[in-house]
Design a protein around this ligand. Structure first.
Ligand code: NDP
Length: 320
């Protein structure tokens, strides 16, 4: 490591650039904490991979995910936030209200008085070898990113939550036919989303259906073998695209053994707070929320994290 005196030293380092990270940045910048945001590999986070967002307050006509994120970024920058493309690769947190260290892109270390973790969550996969084999060759976890490649073709999507329902209706606009593979006999998605699926003529919902294998050749996917878990009937659906929409896992590998987390990896914050078990380290957004997982709740906790960081610094400076 470089001599500690030569390292950049910031008051507030924000890791992640979704609604939580940028909202934290807006508040931290306005409190004169001169925040630095490291975007991670997906600047703007999960919302950049979605289409219409109709439930973010302040947009009566709706807004697209990428535009919403550009707006949040511009608002954070307007107050002096420095947004940098980079990925946190290691952390060395001080246990006793000291200065924390975060390594960026495997090389550069930064000193930070407070760190706001807003690293979000990432799509889950089924875990089938064939899913991995054909990832990028017909298998995708993002209909909005990759649906275009399957224009006029038949595809399948696995999952029964709001994401799967939203992506199925998105794909239905591009594709000839969409099979929706639901493992139980009912959806998890909200009634409004289920209604939308049911009213889309080219979506066929297959209940009690599990994916056994994705089949294909050197050209990519050409089918998916499914089984009805009640009747045990097996069949192959002729599809060229296979989309996975079965939820997300929090991006917390970096903090394993360092910060308290639950059994599924979500960071644990103190009640009614974004404080983690280490003083000066705060967590907001999907990385600590497996209940609501909405852009607006992520933004709300981002605001809390910045206010708490500001109060923590004020108390530290006054010797409390
Ligand atoms: P969810 O956790 O809500 O749903 C995951 C779905 O995948 C469930 O139906 C689950 O089945 C299914 N599933 C999980 N594992 C497997 C597996 N191995 N094989 C087959 N199916 C599987 O995740 P979502 O990403 O859909 O949604 C996350 C959150 O984001 C939710 O709170 C949702 O409301 C919200 N959201 C809101 C949107 C909006 O308002 N526009 C859009 C998208 C998401 P089972 O039901 O059997 O457990």
């Amino acid at each position: 490591m470089t001599n500690i005196d030569e390292l950049e030293h910031v008051k507030c380092l924000i890791i992640g650039s979704g609604p939580a990270g940028y909202t934290a940045a807006i508040y931290a910048a306005r409190a004169d904490l001169k925040p630095v945001v490291y975007t991670g590999i997906v600047p703007g986070g999960q919302l950049t991979q979605t289409t219409e967002v109709d439930n973010f307050p302040g947009y009566p006509q709706g807004v697209t995910g990428p535009v919403l994120m550009e707006d949040l970024k511009a608002q954070a920058e307007r107050f002096g936030t420095e947004v940098r493309f980079g990925y946190a690769t290691k952390v060395a947190f001080s246990q006793d209200k000291g200065t924390h260290k975060v390594q960026i892109d495997g090389s550069k270390w930064i000193l930070a008085e407070t760190v706001i973790i807003a690293t979000g969550a990432t799509a889950k996969w089924l875990g089938l070898p064939s899913e991995e084999k054909y990832n990028g060759f017909g298998v995708s976890a993002c209909a909005v990113c990759d649906g275009f490649f399957f224009k006029g073709q038949d595809v399948a999507i696995v999952g029964a939550g709001d994401t799967a329902a939203e992506e199925a209706t998105y794909l239905a606009k591009l594709c000839r036919k969409v099979y929706m593979l639901v493992r139980r006999d009912e959806f998890r998605a909200s009634k409004a989303m289920v209604h939308r699926v049911m009213n889309t003529a080219n979506i066929e919902v297959l209940y009690n259906t599990e994916t056994q294998e994705i089949v294909g050749n050197e050209q990519g996917v050409n089918g998916v073998r499914v089984i009805n878990n009640r009747t045990k009937e097996e069949k192959v659906l002729d599809v060229t695209g296979f989309f996975v929409a079965i939820g997300h896992k929090p991006n917390t590998e970096l903090f394993q053994g360092i910060l308290e987390m639950d059994e599924t990896g979500y960071l644990i914050t103190k009640a009614d707070s974004t404080a983690t078990n280490i003083p000066g380290i705060f967590a907001c957004g999907d990385v600590q929320d497996h209940v609501y997982r909405q852009a607006i709740t992520a933004a709300g906790t981002g605001c809390m994290a910045a206010l708490e960081a500001e109060r923590y610094l004020a108390a530290k400076e006054s010797g409390e």
